[in-house]
Design a binder for this molecule. Structure first.
Ligand code: 6PG
Length: 243
């Protein structure tokens, strides 16, 4: 199924729309299976979304949601650059989540490959007997260079087809990373890219409308196999799209 692209006038409008879409996906998943498994993206763009979710007056079935991370910087969980810390500050510390359904990457383990291996064990326990996990919702971001999660152009991690989690290097702001692998993302039920700002416009256009080159544009590689993929863009990030 081809990705759908929705453009909004501002980044704030993207966050507002994303909050409603996430709430809808959560309720749908919980109604169907009794739980919702969500993979969170890191960086700065989703911070406002997580805060918006925490502030929703209609609330969500917090105890039914299992939280995972698409990638993590190999820093202590209380480091300002930690994706876990960002999500905890914006969301987890404000709502009654089930802490036994919060799966952060154990970045206290060294080397990064040990943290990746331990995280894979934790994920497999949540999807017993499965070749690949089927997350109900994967939130994704996009870097100006086209990376998504910590899958960066040209990196060896792009070729990983058996491990669910791998250690990799991704440049700034923290070189050592742990990331879910392409097959894991590709098996998601619903994938949602949130991208804002003109700095991403070239990467958005190349990913969505350029030649197929998933090594150079990893977000092309993670497209769901039989799930749906939605791109929510602000006007600036969509500025180079022909459509
Ligand atoms: C990370 C993220 C990364 C992020 C993009 C966009 O750990 O940095 O997982 O993949 O989604 O770099 O980041 P911004 O939203 O901060 O532009």
């Amino acid at each position: 199924m081809a990705p759908t692209v929705e453009t909004y006038p501002t980044g704030a409008a993207v966050i507002s729309a994303a909050s409603d879409l996430v709430a809808s996906e959560v309720r749908h998943a919980v109604a169907g299976s009794g739980r919702c498994t969500i993979v969170l993206s890191g960086g700065e763009t989703p911070r406002a979304l997580y805060a918006r979710l925490a502030a929703r007056p209609d609330g969500l079935p917090w105890s039914r949601i299992a939280w995972f991370f698409g990638d993590e910087r190999w820093v202590p969980q209380d480091d300002p650059l930690s994706n876990y810390r960002m999500a905890d500050e914006a969301l987890f510390s404000h709502v009654p989540i089930s802490r036994d359904r919060l799966f952060r990457v154990p970045t206290e383990l060294a080397p990064p490959a040990a943290a990746a291996a331990a995280y894979e064990v934790a994920l497999r326990a949540q999807f017993p007997g499965r070749d690949w996990p089927r997350f109900d919702l994967a939130l994704m971001g996009l870097g100006a260079d086209g990376h998504t999660a910590s899958l960066v152009p040209g990196d060896a991690a792009l070729g990983e087809r058996t491990a669910w989690v791998t250690a990799t290097r991704a440049g700034r702001p923290v070189p050592d990373r742990i990331t879910l692998t392409i097959p894991v993302f590709a098996h998601a039920q619903t994938m949602m890219f949130l991208v804002a700002g003109g700095a991403k416009a070239d990467a958005v256009a190349a990913t969505l409308e350029g030649p197929r080159d998933p090594v150079q544009w990893p977000a092309q590689a993670v497209e769901p196999i039989d799930g749906r993929c939605r791109w929510l863009l602000d006007r600036e990030a969509a500025g180079r799209l022909a459509r």
